[in-house]
Structure formats: structure tokens, C-alpha cells
Design a protein around this ligand. Structure first.
Ligand code: G4P
Length: 524
């Protein structure tokens, strides 16, 4: 077995998707604790504190104290190398969050048992679905009152269409958590509380007889549930998990460390290793082929004295060695990887070699764009990273009309980089563009880069639009006659209609079904 194939087989490259507050940070921290990467939980949060104090990172990030830049966290567990890619949430939600999912092989979905599936999880899940990513589900916060677990399983099935297959099943109701039954071994692991879970939880495995005697009606209920799950065939199944039809479900409490090890073990035992990636023509790139990678995120450092650009790539084949010269498929130009780093938060460390599944930050990547493919040896082009349906809109204008040229240059560049999507009025060209994004943060990044890199301070103000649809020339003529609708053109030339009222759009769809009003789905 070649070194690349061996190293790829021990990579687990994944992301955690969740709604803010469901417990993603806590679970990440506990992963590190269980992997022995930190001595004590709390280190991830401590990092966050330090991050805002560092001077060489994005101005805005410092001001807001958020992690626009955190990208990949790497740790070893049971002989595997885990690469956990960050999916920022809260206000820093942006297209980048979605794009990260193009670079992972599986996903851990964290749900709060009191809340179930929340909007942000659903949005991120849509992207997982479009990429057929296997999903492991963690029902978190079972130490607190919440909803009945069977009801949550129904919700998973109904809302996201994955067949839930519980790997562990809880004894006790949320808030009165006694432990879990491992459905493979039948063993009962008792729930133990460590003080805020700062150390690895001792695991107390108890025989079923003892559990039945000690846990009484809670045990009887759990056994009834398990019988029901057995009867409907809800058992963990590797094949349907890997083809993204079923999701193994774990119940636990990240705060008190309960269930964390189960999830890590499942990532080792069940989740896919870094495999051969398909190119744009759907042919697999052999893991043994020359080094190849694609750019899934570009980050411009806005600090004036430190104006670099980092392109984050996922390695797809071969061995990456710092200093090697890769060719960019789009431009045909060579790119020297003299400065390659691993970045998490504001911390960078140099990377000397990397293998399929790894993420490398290429510094000084002035010419690289999101979606670019890089290679040595046989040329390869990986599939384009899809654009996403915008949900927020803004208008932009240069504050200094003498700087219109710079403004235009910035618009083109930032559109092509995918910082925002620029929509132009077919009649007015670059005047009065509408910016479209999935999160407000993208507008802030846009304005800041326009000013700093293009010397074109701009005013970006929220636009009243609520919905966007693809349309065509013929329908556009009719839509123009109706008020509250704006026809614009995307960077790729497609016509879109922007609606100020969602209700209005719905009515129009039913009143005039002949109009072309196509939803923008992931990847269109
Ligand atoms: P996020 O990254 O998904 O946004 O969530 P995060 O881990 O920051 O967790 C959000 C809140 O939920 C935190 O409380 C955290 O301690 C709590 N939490 C996470 N997992 C569990 C769990 O299993 N059980 C219980 N009871 N709580 C959990 P906070 O008060 O916002 O912050 P902190 O003061 O605890 O740090």
C-alpha cells in the first residue's frame, strides 16, 4: 500500500452541523479531551478569548470576537487522524459555512433534545443531502428536560428524510437521564456526571439484570422502546449510512461528556475515510495520482500591514509537500506552495506534508479562487463548488463617486471570489447593484474589502427583498409590469426576480402559473 493510500485510510474529515447553542463548541471541546489533544476541556473557549487579542488577524474579526477564520482542527484518536472543519454559526453564518461541506466526507449533526431540528441545522443539512454526505446524529443535552426521543426520531425522518437508526437508546426521560443501552452489545452504560465534564467521564457498564433491578420503570420503558425499534428494523446499518439514507443516532450530554466516546468510535468504525474524489467528468482521481487539491475557501486578511490571502484547499490525492509547485487548472499557471499552513483560529502552524482528506492553508494565494483545482502530474478539474440560494439582500453604492472605477473592479473581483453574489440591473449595469448572500456577515466582509483592497469606500444598505427566483426574458417582461419586483442578472448571466414580499410571490405563483419562477436550489 502506498503512503498516500495508507494515510488516506486513516483520515476522518468531517464537520459538525448544528443550530447555534445546540452544543457544537462543547462537543468539539470534548472530542479534543477524549482524543487527549487537550488536558482539560475549556481549551477551545480559551482559544476564542485569546483570538480576539491577537493583532495579526482580520480587523472585523477582532472587533466582533468571532471566528471567521477558524478552519480545521486536527487531532488523533485510535490511530486515525481526525480533521474537523469548522462551520461557523450565529452572525458569522455565510456561504463559507456551506462551502466547508464540500470538503468533508461525513457530518455529525448535533440536536438539542429540547428543540429538535432547528432552522440552521435544516439549511446545513440540505447541503449535506445535495452531496450525499453520511450523517451521524447526536441528541445532546439529555441531562436537561426535553422532548421524548421517539418523537425526535420521527422529526428527523419527517423533516430531513433520513431514516434514524439509534445506536444507543436512553434509559430515563430527558432531565432524568439514567444512561444508555448500547443496541449492539445490549450493555447498559450508566450516566455519570463529572463536574462540567472537565475530565473524561468514568464509564460504568452494568449488566442488564442489575440495570433492570436498579432502574425500575425507566428500564422497562427503555426496553419497550428498544423492542419497538427492533420491530421496525431501526438498526444501524453501514451501507445505508454511507449512502446517506440512514443516520446512526446517539443520545448523550456533551457538557457532562456522556456519549462523546460513542460518537468518536463511530467516526472511526463507520464513517468513511478520505476516498477517491470524482472530478468534474465524474471520473475518480486515484489516491496514488500526483498531488491534487481544490480550493473551498479563500480568506483575505484585512489587516493593512499584513495583507495576505489564504486559500484553503482540501487535498484529494497524492502527497502534498510544502514547496511543491502545483498547477492551477483554471489559469494554467504554476503556484508555488512555499508557505503552507494549518490554521485554526488565529493560530497558524506550518505544514510540511499532507495527505488526502487534509486541509492546507496556502498563503499568498493572490491568484486562487474558490473552486480552483490544483495538481501535479495528470491534470484534474474537480467539480465547481455550488453557489447557494441567497436569503439576505443589500444595495451597494460608492461613497465617493470619483472612485467608481475602483468600485467596479471590486464588484467584479468579490463576485468572482464568491464573497457575495452581485446582481446587476440589465439596464443600469454596475450602477445600483444588489448584493445577495446567505448571511449578513458577507456584506460586512464585502464593504471592508472594497475599502481596504480597492480603495473604494461604499455604503451597503439592507434591501427590502424577501425572496429570489430564476426567471426568463419572457416572464421578466410581465414581472416588470407588477410593482415590488426587480429583475436582475447574476454574474453567470442568469436572470433573477427579486420579490419584496414572500406572500406576493406565492400569490403570483398560483395566479399566473405560466410565469417562469424557479426556486434557486443548492448548486443552481
Ligand atoms: P454552540 O457551539 O452549538 O453554539 O453551543 P455551545 O457548545 O456553546 O453550547 C451552548 C450552551 O449549551 C452552553 O451554555 C453549553 O454549556 C450548553 N450545553 C452544551 N451541551 C450541553 C449539555 O449536554 N447539557 C447541558 N445542560 N448544557 C449543555 P452557556 O450557558 O451558553 O455557556 P457556558 O456558560 O456553559 O459556557
Amino acid at each position: 500500500m502506498s503512503q498516500s493510500v495508507f494515510e488516506a485510510s486513516r483520515r476522518r474529515t468531517f464537520a459538525i452541523i448544528s443550530h447555534p447553542d445546540a452544543g457544537k463548541t462543547t462537543l468539539t471541546e470534548k472530542f479534543l479531551l477524549y482524543a487527549g489533544a487537550v488536558g482539560e476541556a475549556g481549551a477551545v473557549k480559551a482559544r476564542e478569548g485569546r483570538r480576539s487579542a491577537t493583532s495579526d488577524w482580520m480587523e472585523m474579526e477582532k472587533k466582533r470576537g468571532i471566528s471567521i477564520s477558524s478552519t480545521a482542527l486536527t487531532f488523533d484518536y485510535r490511530g486515525m487522524q481526525f480533521n474537523l472543519l469548522d462551520t461557523p454559526g450565529h452572525r458569522d453564518f455565510s456561504e463559507d459555512t456551506y462551502r466547508v461541506l464540500a470538503a468533508v466526507d461525513s457530518v455529525v449533526m448535533v440536536l438539542d433534545v429540547a428543540k429538535g431540528i432547528e432552522p440552521q441545522t435544516l439549511k446545513l443539512f440540505e447541503v449535506c443531502r445535495s452531496r450525499n454526505l453520511p450523517v451521524i446524529t447526536f441528541l445532546n443535552k439529555y441531562d436537561r428536560p426535553g422532548r421524548a426521543p421517539l418523537e425526535l426520531l420521527d422529526e428527523i425522518e419527517e423533516q430531513i428524510g433520513l431514516r434514524p437508526t439509534p445506536a444507543t437508546w436512553p434509559v430515563g426521560i430527558p432531565g432524568d437521564f439514567r444512561g444508555v443501552i448500547d443496541r449492539t452489545s445490549g450493555e447498559f452504560t450508566r450516566f455519570t456526571r463529572t463536574v462540567r465534564g472537565s475530565a473524561i467521564a468514568p464509564e460504568e457498564v452494568i449488566s442488564t439484570e442489575q440495570a433492570a433491578a436498579e432502574e425500575g420503570s425507566a428500564w422497562a420503558q427503555a426496553i419497550d422502546d428498544v423492542d419497538l425499534l427492533d420491530a421496525v428494523g431501526a438498526v444501524v446499518d453501514s451501507e445505508s449510512f454511507l449512502s446517506a439514507e440512514s443516520t446512526p443516532v446517539f443520545v448523550g450530554s456533551a457538557l457532562t461528556n456522556f456519549g462523546v466516546r460513542h460518537v468518536l468510535d463511530t467516526l472511526v468504525d463507520l464513517a468513511p475515510a478520505a476516498g477517491e474524489r470524482l472530478d468534474a467528468h465524474e471520473s475518480p482521481r486515484s489516491l496514488d495520482a500526483g498531488c491534487s487539491a481544490f480550493v473551498f475557501k479563500v480568506q483575505a486578511n484585512m489587516d493593512k500591514s499584513h495583507r495576505d490571502r489564504i486559500a484553503f484547499v482540501r487535498v484529494c490525492s497524492g502527497k502534498f509537500e510544502r514547496g511543491m509547485v502545483l498547477t492551477c487548472h483554471r489559469t494554467g499557471k504554476p503556484f508555488a506552495t512555499k508557505y503552507a499552513s494549518q490554521v485554526f483560529g488565529a493560530e497558524r502552524s506550518t505544514v510540511d506534508e499532507a495527505f488526502p482528506g487534509d486541509v492546507v492553508g496556502l498563503v499568498n494565494a493572490t491568484d486562487l479562487q474558490i473552486g480552483d483545482s490544483l495538481y501535479v502530474g495528470d491534470p484534474v478539474e474537480f467539480p465547481a463548488i455550488p453557489r447557494f440560494a441567497p436569503e439576505v439582500f443589500a444595495s451597494a453604492r460608492p461613497l465617493d463617486t470619483g472612485k467608481f472605477k475602483q468600485f467596479r473592479r471590486g464588484l467584479d473581483q468579490l463576485d468572482s471570489e464568491g464573497v457575495v453574489q452581485v446582481l446587476r440591473d440589465p439596464q443600469q449595469g454596475d450602477a445600483n447593484p444588489v448584493l445577495a448572500a446567505v448571511g449578513q456577515l458577507q456584506f460586512e466582509v464585502f464593504a471592508s474589502r472594497l475599502e481596504i483592497e480597492f480603495n473604494a469606500p461604499s455604503e451597503v444598505t439592507p434591501s427590502p427583498y424577501e425572496s429570489i427566483r430564476f426567471t426568463d426574458e419572457e416572464s421578466a417582461e410581465r414581472l416588470k409590469e407588477i410593482g415590488g419586483i426587480r429583475i436582475m442578472r447574476r454574474g453567470d448571466g442568469r436572470l433573477v426576480a427579486l420579490f419584496e414580499s414572500r406572500y406576493r410571490l406565492q400569490r403570483l405563483e398560483s395566479d399566473e402559473p405560466e410565469l417562469v419562477l424557479e426556486p434557486i436550489n443548492v448548486g443552481t
